[in-house]
Design a binder for this molecule. Structure first.
Ligand code: SF4
Ligand code: SF4
Length: 397
């Protein structure tokens, strides 16, 4: 029997993750939760509960990575008016224009700030300056959750984040604790579960390791997927609210409700509370309003989600394995993520700013790749290799 035959079909996988989700309480319906929501706070769109925060978060939430200027402000307003009630941004998005564009709305009408669960990303947990600048630009005193970046299982950074967030919470600048990972997803989740399982209220994770992207069937890819499912389940059982990113939602939304709806259902069924989607057009907002996410998943939904996944090819699983053994210290996983932004998503400006933030002489580092095959052998998705790494390293150099 071949390896492929020996393993689950995609449809089986989607079914299994849905069963797992139901068994762990991940599949949530608004009717089951309505009693927990304070009067007058019931979201206008289908919602679940964001872990121990108990916040009734809409199943699709607003990612502001492409928001800038007054047009962006209008789109954010439309999204909140449509009912989306979780908003995520960062000082780095759109070369710093995302935060002020949202601030324009919040300052013009403070009710918009109160209508959302605000999630801010933090790169420098040991310094208040980054958060203070964002809060000032947004015209608010606090964020609902701070998502501090942890891209590898580094206990020292974890400790720094815990101390900083405890202090921020005492001072009323954050309501809930959180982390976001763009690198070694399984390694970071496992470190959090081992050392800080009761600390974080919310996490923002790439759901690419779930295997929703592409049709990978290598033993290494399956191992990453199974570990990730186990980690998601463990985090959920600890009450951590889980936000999904980089599932392919933006591309699915471009293809319309008949693809986006089934894709979102598949991600939620795998154990996430809300699917963060980068939104930058009024059409997207209009499409999201029409989704019937509470309806049961049908065979047609499963087929649409599976076809969408297959159509994307083998996307990066964001597992961080390619960076681990590089003899030249090349941040291969970061480069592969930047490539995804640039080539797959078409986010050229964001890719450029992430590239510049690496602050390394990458062409010089990758010039030493020669015939090295370390990252290629480590990559479970069969993506990384020296030629590709050299190509990305020269993109914005
Ligand atoms: S091919 Fe280059 S980037 Fe990849 S591991 Fe080898 S030296 Fe590092
Ligand atoms: S390129 Fe491969 S090894 Fe590197 S993060 Fe992506 S899937 Fe993992």
């Amino acid at each position: 029997m071949s390896y492929v035959q020996d393993h689950l079909s995609r449809r089986d996988f989607l079914r299994n993750t849905a069963c797992t989700a139901a068994a762990t309480g991940a599949a949530l319906s608004s009717s089951a939760l309505a009693a927990d929501v304070p009067a007058g706070k019931t979201p206008a769109l289908p919602y679940g509960v964001l872990g121990r925060t108990k916040y009734p978060v809409t199943l699709v939430s607003f990612g502001a990575i492409l928001i800038a200027d007054s047009i962006g402000t209008r789109v954010v307003k439309a999204g909140i008016d449509a009912g989306m009630n979780l908003l995520h941004t960062s000082m780095t998005y759109m070369k710093g224009k995302s935060v002020p564009a949202i601030g324009e709305l919040f300052k013009a009408d403070k009710r918009y700030r109160e209508k959302v669960f605000l999630c801010l990303k933090s790169f420098t947990p040991d310094k208040d300056q980054e958060l203070n600048e964002m809060l000032e630009a947004l015209g608010t005193d606090y964020t609902d959750v701070l998502l501090s970046t942890m891209d590898k299982p580094d206990p020292a950074r974890l400790e720094t984040i815990q101390k900083a967030q405890e202090s921020l919470k005492k001072r009323g600048k954050i309501r809930h604790t959180g982390f976001v990972c763009h690198g070694d997803m399984n390694g970071v989740c496992e470190m959090v579960l081992e050392k800080a399982s009761d600390f974080f209220d919310v996490c923002l994770l790439s759901t690419a390791p779930l295997g929703l992207a592409g049709d990978r069937r290598s033993p290494k890819a399956d191992e990453q997927t199974q570990r990730f499912i186990k980690n998601l389940k463990a985090l959920r059982s600890k009450g951590v609210g889980i936000l999904s990113m980089k599932s392919g939602a933006k591309e699915a939304s471009r293809r319309g409700a008949e693809v986006f709806g089934p894709h979102v259902k598949a991600v939620l069924a795998a154990g996430c509370d809300s699917v963060l989607t980068s939104i930058n057009t009024l059409d997207q907002v209009g499409m999201i309003r029409t989704l019937k996410l509470q309806a049961s998943t049908t065979p047609a939904d499963e087929q649409a989600a599976a076809e969408f996944s297959r159509s994307r090819g083998n996307a990066c699983m964001m597992c961080g394995q390619c960076s681990k053994g590089c003899p030249n210290g090349v941040p291969v996983a970061d480069l592969m993520r930047i490539r995804m932004y640039y080539r797959e998503y078409g986010w050229c400006d964001h890719a450029r700013s992430e590239f510049q933030a690496l602050g390394r002489n990458l062409p010089a580092l990758t010039a030493r790749c020669s015939d090295c095959t370390v990252c290629g052998r480590a990559c479970p998705a069969g993506l990384a290799n020296s030629l590709l790494v050299q190509d990305i390293a020269s993109l914005f150099a």
